[in-house]
Design a protein around this ligand. Structure first.
Ligand code: GLC
Length: 738
């Protein structure tokens, strides 16, 4: 349709019909198979809103959605198509690595490719919009949703969010295999107080603007069609009812002109927050804050028509919202083809096809982070595994546990490649042996909406432990596969402790007594407390929630088919007491020199202020060296650049990939600045003996920030830069901006 035709359609719609477009109903209202990602209430059959709602979420599948669309459009007064939305967070049928892992690849191009594949599969399944990327800055591992983020650095998160938007939407989302994307959760959900979901965020406006808004801005610059409001309040005002945040900042300053959708139930939850007297006031405040679609709270459905009739809301505001919704449906081509890409044959061709699996496997290879790989006697380091040795694969993650994150609403764990399966493909039967070792969870573990309990838990674990000890004794080396259960991270999974389940720590300790040559593979959707694992392991590989090709990708790394190259995008603490933490923190008036015991300095009495493993850290199977940086000049003005160079060399015996990172510090400014900030990175693949010059151009634009007077720009003065293999590596160099 032309925009003129859209305007004519809008003008021909009744007020009830217009409001209907602003209502999103849970998929249960259209199909019992719907995935539930919130408190879902099903409407009574026959209720007019069922034929008026403009969109739904949680249902998927070409055949089913085509039937639903056909039936819906026959009843919809102007035959306006329904928009189908879904959380395609890291893949559809082919589940990729979770986003916190994808970020660790430091490979935006690969992240984009994963999003492209996810879009193709989802579009074939009838989906029009994905609620991704999540661009929240995540610095508190107590918050389970760090799993859906790409970590603690705003600039890297922006790169990854833009890559996902481009992957999902392409140049034109009307094209086959493209879906609309939705940047979320606006704003600053990752700063949730005490790491708790649905609560409050206390940030200064400066901190909000300088750190927390950056990645959303990159997603908007990349052209995302939607932005989702966050559950939290910011300084006491719910995002969903905050006109300053949604209109002044998001639309005027950040230039977003697409659809604003609330999070699930967030409009109605403003009553629980104590911001609205009742749901009618919630509808009014959300509309006036600029929320176009009410996801599943029914406040718009129940009250918007009355609010307009009572003169509380101007129908023009309704028209603006509805026009944006009709425009997106038009940009998706739904008026011409309401089924878009829904196609059972394409589903069969695309789902889990060889090429998609290959990309999923590559992402596992590049996102896993080698945390430790100790010398192990004459044979060198423990990893990669020595094929001449007998290997015991032990632990609850060797088979039967879902390696996909809790944000998979489609697909099946049975399509995943387990560690067992991959080991049997990689080794002869006489080289390997297996034991489960223990249950994944301690008994009576609370999960999101369920609780794990087994009446035979104690005797089962006694038996499993005995079997594991016997298995470990007969092997030369043990690969211990431990971790969080996949529903221990994600939404509503806040935790006050970050250790592995006690039963797993017992297994690790008992195995180490009979066979100390342990490689521990850690599955998690967040940073965990790994000091105990570090003590008992000669090698450690963090694999996050690796998805459908987890077994293959991990085995490729364990056997040396490829070398690990992932780098942490969140700091791993010694203890949860250090949370929230970030490499890019501000310093203090009394910084404590490393190892100093002098009094009256910034420190903990019982723990380091540093992380166990820092942002940007990750080892390789080969030995990289990075020279001290050289600068082509040490002074610059606006419009000029400084070129910083290093030589990266592979002095080891294996091909590997190093992620060379550039960090910059603004030494003194009108607002205190972080001790360092990531400003560039390069993945450099080198064969043994190879060396490569890596250069970074530093511009004045890179030095801009929200200054003390609230303006945005750079300030003259001294800067430092580091180029290294982590946020704790590299020799500082100084330069000046005049
Ligand atoms: C959930 C999540 C949000 C998701 C939405 C729809 O509550 O907060 O990230 O996209 O509901 O499932």
């Amino acid at each position: 349709m032309t925009e003129r035709e859209l305007r004519i359609l809008l003008n021909d719609m009744s007020l009830e019909e217009k409001v209907g477009q602003m209502v999103q109903l849970p998929g249960q209202n259209y199909g019992s198979f719907a995935a539930v990602t919130g408190k879902a209430e099903k409407k009574e059959d026959g209720q007019p809103i069922l034929d008026q709602a403009g969109s739904t979420l949680g249902i998927y599948g070409a055949e089913k959605l085509k039937k639903i669309q056909k039936a819906y459009m026959e009843k919809q007064p102007h035959h306006i198509p329904l928009m189908f939305m879904l959380d395609v967070i890291h893949g559809y049928e082919t589940a990729f690595q979770c986003p916190l892992g994808m970020g660790a690849s430091f490979d935006p191009e690969l992240v984009k490719k994963c999003a492209e594949i996810a879009a193709k599969e989802a579009a074939a399944g009838g989906i029009h919009v994905t609620f991704s990327p999540m661009a929240d800055l995540a610095r508190d591992a107590r918050w389970g949703r760090v799993m859906e983020s790409t970590g603690e650095d705003p600039w890297l998160n922006g790169k990854m969010a833009a890559a996902m938007v481009e992957g999902f939407q392409g140049e034109n989302r009307k094209q086959t295999g493209k879906v609309s994307s939705c940047v979320k959760h606006f704003a600053a959900y990752g700063a949730a107080t005490a790491g708790l979901d649905y609560t409050n965020v206390e940030l200064s406006e400066h901190t909000l603007r300088e750190y927390y808004l950056k990645a959303y801005q990159e997603g908007i610059h990349a052209g995302c069609d939607m932005v989702m409001t966050s559950f939290n309040t910011w300084n006491g005002v719910p995002s969903t009812g905050n006109p300053w945040l949604m209109k002044e900042v998001l639309r005027k300053e950040m230039g977003f002109d697409g659809i604003v959708i609330s999070d699930w139930g967030a409009v109605g939850e403003m009553v629980n927050h104590g911001f609205c007297e009742d749901r009618k006031e919630a509808a009014e405040r959300a509309l006036k804050a600029g929320v176009d679609i009410d996801m599943c709270s029914d406040c718009y459905a129940d009250y918007l028509v009355d609010l307009v009739r009572e003169g509380v809301i101007d129908e023009k505001e309704i028209d603006e919202a509805v026009y944006r919704i009709l425009l997106l449906k038009n940009e998706l081509g739904l008026f011409e083809n309401p089924y878009k890409d829904a196609d059972e044959q394409r589903e069969k061709e695309l789902f889990l096809c060889e090429g998609h699996r290959r990309t999923a496997r590559e992402m596992v290879q590049k996102s896993a982070v080698l945390l430790k790989n100790e010398e192990d006697g004459k044979a060198g380091k423990l990893l990669p595994l020595n094929p001449a040795e007998k290997i015991a694969f032990i632990g609850p993650y060797i088979e039967g546990e879902d390696m996909r994150s809790s944000w998979v609403v489609t697909g099946s764990a049975k399509n995943s490649v387990s560690i067992c399966q991959a080991a049997k493909e990689a080794f002869r039967d006489d080289q390997i042996c297996f034991a489960k070792g223990c249950t994944l969870l301690d008994n009576d573990t609370l999960l999101n909406g369920s609780e794990y309990h087994s009446d035979s838990w104690e005797e089962d674990n006694d038996r499993l432990l005995c079997e594991a000890i016997q298995t470990a004794k007969q092997a030369d080396v043990v690969v211990l596969c431990l971790g969080e259960q996949n529903h221990q991270s994600g939404e509503a999974t806040s935790r006050t402790h970050l250790t592995l389940p006690k039963i797993q720590r017992t297994l690790l300790s008992e195995i180490s007594k009979v066979n100390p040559r342990i490689v521990t593979v850690i599955f998690s959707g967040r940073p965990l407390e790994l000091s105990e694992v570090e003590t008992h392991s000669k090698a450690m590989l963090e694999v996050w929630m690796p998805g459908t090709e987890g077994g293959h990708g991990i085995m490729d790394l364990l056997t040396g088919v490829c070398s690990p190259s992932g780098k942490l995008t969140m700091s791993f603490p010694y203890t949860v007491g250090q949370e929230p933490m970030s490499y890019s923190q501000l310093t203090s008036g009394r910084p404590c020199p490393k190892g100093s015991k002098a009094p009256f300095l910034t420190r903990y009495l019982d723990c380091s202020t540093a992380p166990l493993y820092p942002f940007g850290y990750g080892l390789s199977y080969t030995d990289f060296s990075i020279s001290e940086p050289t600068l082509d000049r040490t002074e610059m003005q606006a419009g000029e650049t400084i070129v910083a160079s290093v030589t990266v060399a592979n002095g080891g015996k294996r091909t590997g990939c190093e992620v060379v990172q550039l960090y910059i510090q603004d030494v003194a400014a009108s607002c205190v600045r972080p001790v360092k900030e990531l400003k560039g990175f390069r993945r450099v693949e080198l064969a043994p003996g190879e060396a490569q010059r890596v250069t970074f151009s530093i511009s004045e634009e890179m030095l801009r920030f929200h200054r003390g007077d609230g303006s945005f720009g750079s300030e003259p003065g001294k800067f430092r830069l580091w180029i290294g293999n982590s946020s704790e590596d590299g020799e500082a160099r100084e330069f000046f901006l005049y």
